[in-house]
Ligand binder design. Structure first.
Ligand SMILES: *Cc1c(COP(=O)(O)O)cnc(C)c1O
Length: 489
């Protein structure tokens, strides 16, 4: 055998060894059936099992099955996945998840992801994936239209709200030409309600040394425009450089919507970049009663909304929109020699690679496109309105149970606390949250308002209906009675 013959033999041998990576149609069918069956079993028991499982020990079972040279049986792997992953911690897709900002997990979205992964379309550059890029841009134009942005707006489907906020902050930095020397004098305006991902974004974007000006909030935890106006004037007088306003359309803590219109008028007059974090609240634009309070969103320079929150999608999709799409491109455009043919054939800077830090990326379009077109917008609107009503219902009922309540819910977050007959209220409510989390039937969380400990109910799971809210009230009454009797807090 000559050298080439030897090489060919080796190639054939390797091809055979790699053969398991290419299952044939019969093998694919069997794999698919097993995984789909497993998913069905998960969904079947979802409403019957606890929303939270405190025992995390089974997660360690994963360590007993490290990657090795040989194969493992699919049944064994699926069983391990159930024990170690599905049955530990928080079940984000459970109806009883009424903490943080609940997750969704529309089934049609999972199927969209399946299509994206099987076809593995390249969604980074228009030349390679004209349909894929067009689909994502169409979804972004739909969101821009909801927000009232003009035709020149552009955006990017990100992995979530945090990255979307980061992209917006970087765009704002570039648009205002902030250089190193400017940073210690550049002022960022935000309230105590601002999501921590914004602080993180500033630091990652090299803006950690910017001046933060915490603007006062009203009783509903909304930014006070007069306070913002004063702060800007004071800072200018002190020789600082007012630069960026970070406002919230639905704060995570209490669902507060800042007075967007009035803030927008100030930022326009003062020449500041206006960013609205609507990761949680943005899609409530679909609901007539909230839409009005979101008026002014169209005045922002950039905004963020999270389909994996208020459109009930599985985790892994956020969106950033920039009113002047050119600014987004200017901050993220790149050139690489090895990409020259692809770039030459994608003339307009409207590919995700030109508008985000990513190049090769998850094709996120189908996970949103499929459910949105398959069902239409109407059921999404109805589901959001149902959550608004459920929250109002809970807020009323929890008040009549004797809880002290926080601000009237603007969206789908209700805050409340029990004032015990004796002892420290904060300690009591902390113990209350612990006992509910241990119980697991529903999963609630907590926050602090004005330094005081409050429980928090956030209703956003598409599987969360009236029964779960009634169950939450039942669990609350039961645990309060127990703690009052035992005094164990
Ligand atoms: C959840 C949230 C974020 C962060 O989004 P992720 O998708 O979790 O990264 C940012 N801002 C607000 C208001 C949020 O509710």
């Amino acid at each position: 055998m000559n050298a080439t013959g030897g090489l060919i033999a080796r190639i054939r041998e390797l091809e055979r060894a790699a053969r398991p990576l290419e299952p044939d149609s019969r093998e694919r069918h069997a794999l698919h059936e097993a995984v789909a069956g497993h998913a069905e079993a998960f969904l079947d028991r979802l409403s019957a099992v606890p929303a939270f499982e405190a025992n995390a020990a089974p997660a360690r079972d994963l360590a007993g099955h490290r990657p090795s040279e040989g194969p493992a049986a699919l049944e064994e792997l699926l069983d391990l996945f159930r024990r170690a992953v599905e049955d530990t911690g928080l079940k984000a897709s459970s109806p009883g998840h009424v903490a943080y900002i609940p997750g969704g997990g529309l089934y049609a979205s999972a199927l969209g992801d399946y299509l994206a992964a099987v076809t593995n379309e390249y969604a980074g550059v228009r030349f390679a994936g004209p349909g894929a890029v067009e689909m994502e841009n169409l979804l972004l134009r739909w969101m821009a239209g909801l927000a009232g942005y003009p035709a020149g707006a552009h955006g990017n489907l990100t992995s979530g709200g945090s990255i979307a906020n980061l992209i917006a902050v970087v765009t704002a930095r570039e648009a205002h030409g902030l250089r190193c020397a400017d940073i210690p004098r550049a002022v960022v305006y935000l309230t105590a309600q601002a999501h921590h991902s914004l602080e993180k974004a500033l630091r990652i974007a090299g803006l950690g040394e910017c001046v933060r000006h915490r603007v006062a909030v009203d009783a509903g935890q909304r930014m006070v425009p007069e306070a913002l106006q004063r702060a800007i004037a004071d800072d200018r007088a002190a020789g600082l450089r007012p630069w960026l306003v970070l406002s919230a359309a639905g704060s995570t803590d209490v669902g507060a919507i800042d007075p967007l219109k009035r803030i927008g008028r100030i930022t326009a007059a003062e020449g500041l970049w206006y960013h609205v974090d609507a990761a949680y609240g943005g899609f409530f634009l679909l609901c007539r009663e909230v839409r009005e309070r979101l008026g002014g969103l169209e005045l922002s320079d950039s905004l963020v909304m999270d389909p994996h929150k208020s459109l009930f999608l599985p985790y892994g999709i956020g969106a950033v929109l920039v009113r002047d799409g050119e600014q987004l491109a200017r901050a993220h455009h790149y050139h690489a020699d090895y990409m020259q043919d692809a770039v030459a054939n994608s003339p307009a800077a409207d590919s995700p690679a030109d508008l985000s830090p990513e190049l090769s990326k998850h094709f996120r379009g189908p996970r949103l496109w499929l459910p949105l077109l398959l069902y239409g917008v109407a059921p999404f609107r109805a589901c959001l309105e149902e959550k608004l009503c459920l929250t109002r219902y809970f807020h009323e009922r929890v008040r009549s149970l004797g809880f002290e309540v926080g601000p009237e819910p603007e969206l789908t977050v209700s805050t409340y606390r029990w004032l015990p007959q004796r002892g420290d209220a904060d300690a009591f409510n902390e113990a209350l949250v612990r006992s509910i989390q241990q119980d697991g039937r529903v999963f609630v969380s907590s926050t602090r308002i004005g330094g005081r400990y409050y429980l928090r109910l956030a209703v956003l799971g598409f599987r969360t209906h009236l029964e779960t809210i009634d169950l939450t009230l039942e669990v609350l009454a039961e645990k309060v009675a127990k703690l009052e009797t035992s005094g164990d807090f």
